[in-house]
Write a protein that binds this ligand. Structure first.
Ligand code: NAI
Length: 361
């Protein structure tokens, strides 16, 4: 590509923290540390936080659009069709469902993400949130803040459906989507002496199963038998709404559900209702739809949840890794070199990532 290119990056506003924390590379102010590099190649960089009207102004002239799952720019089919110059859609992170992959493929647009960049960060967050729920951390923490010392209330069951404080040991934990994150969750949970199960349309090898101490199960059996379920598959047309009213209802009564994959995998209203009915003992995760979640999003106020904003995959270490990956990708694009094959989700008019292609056949 000899011509001057326009790179548009849609990133979260870092505010004061952006100045205090230069490693906060994923924010619009620090812009992945790529400003000088893009300028040194003679290309234009536009960094913005408004994924609506402001982004729309740049779509027809952008050659590369960078978006991040934490503050997503939803680049649907209509936007891709308006983007006459668009060559590459890049995800600063992992999970490219904010792009219409089918239309990108039809339009010959390449889609890539920084595979593996934040998988450890998410796996740690999953383990933390499982423990927060099972150990009943939040009521005990709130008790301390309020000046109390109510051991009975902090540990016992309550009328509001709170299941009390438990050990994780000996519980059955199921992982839905046994990829890079799922496997790391399993590896980190194994020393807790739990009974680990998984569901994925791709089976691990016998050696991998033995190493991680996991057993394959159908999704239906996993949901019926597990005390804790962690969702770690991508959002695809097949997984959207996978956890609907019926599946949530088929989970073991009093189970905990942790979703750090994507908000839309769980039906928003069905979950809020299931939580209000007390069928599940707790829900945690950090992914919502839409993002940022509006102040009245029903998951903010449902009982027994331990949600965070979408932060699990954007620890400062993760930001360094995905910023480096974006830099590598841009250098490849500017120098006309192919992108790392592991990063590719859509290439040559096809969905090439095995984690996504299954759902688009
Ligand atoms: P990966 O591609 O390594 O693994 C995904 C696994 O899900 C694969 O083994 C695939 O076979 C499986 N899968 C796909 N469709 C499935 C289905 N219908 N049912 C069961 N399994 C299915 O991806 P990785 O790195 O483990 O990430 C997984 C997802 O986690 C991402 O796609 C993204 O949505 C989310 N994520 C969230 C982050 C956060 O900050 N909360 C950060 C990184 C990823």
């Amino acid at each position: 590509m000899g011509e001057s290119m326009k790179v548009v990056a849609v990133l979260y506003p870092g505010g004061e923290a952006a100045k205090e924390t230069p490693e906060l590379l994923g924010c619009v102010e620090n812009c992945l540390g790529i400003r000088d590099m893009v300028a040194s190649y003679g290309h234009e960089l536009v960094a913005l936080s408004d994924a609506g009207v402001e982004l729309d102004k740049h779509i027809p002239t952008a050659h590369v659009i960078i978006a991040t799952p934490f503050w997503p720019a939803y680049i649907d089919g209509k936007r891709i069709k308006k983007a006459a110059n668009l060559r590459v859609l890049l995800t600063a992170g992992v999970g490219s469902d904010h792009f219409d992959l089918a239309v990108a493929a039809e339009s010959g647009v390449t889609v890539a993400e920084i595979t593996g960049s934040n998988v450890v960060s998410v796996a740690e967050h999953v383990v933390m949130q499982i423990l927060i729920l099972v150990r009943n951390f939040l009521p005990a923490y709130r008790d301390v803040i309020a000046g109390g010392w109510n051991i009975g209330e902090d540990v016992g069951r309550s009328v509001g459906g709170n299941a009390g404080a438990h050990d994780l040991e000996d519980k059955t934990v199921g992982i839905v989507g046994m990829g890079r994150i799922g496997q790391r969750v399993a590896a980190r949970l194994k020393p807790f002496d739990v009974d680990l199960r998984y569901y994925d349309f791709r089976h691990l090898s016998t050696v991998e199963e033995q190493y991680l101490g996991v057993r394959y199960m159908t999704l239906d059996s996993l949901l019926k038998e597990c005390d804790v379920v962690s969702i770690n598959c991508p959002l695809t047309p097949e997984t959207e709404g996978l956890f609907n009213r019926e599946r949530l209802g088929s989970m073991k009564k009093g189970a905990y559900l942790v979703n750090t994959a994507r908000g839309k995998i769980v039906d928003m209203d069905a979950l809020a209702e299931t939580m209000r009915e007390g069928h599940l003992a707790g829900y945690a995760g950090d992914v919502w739809y839409p993002q940022p979640a509006p102040p009245d999003h029903p998951w903010r106020s449902m009982p027994n949840h331990a949600m965070t904003p979408h932060v699990s995959g954007t620890s400062l270490e993760a930001q360094k890794r995905y910023a480096e990956g974006i830099r590598d990708c841009l250098e490849c694009i500017f120098e006309g070199r192919p992108l790392d094959r592991d990063y590719l989700i859509v290439a040559g008019g096809k969905i090439v990532s095995p984690s996504y292609s299954y759902a688009y056949k």
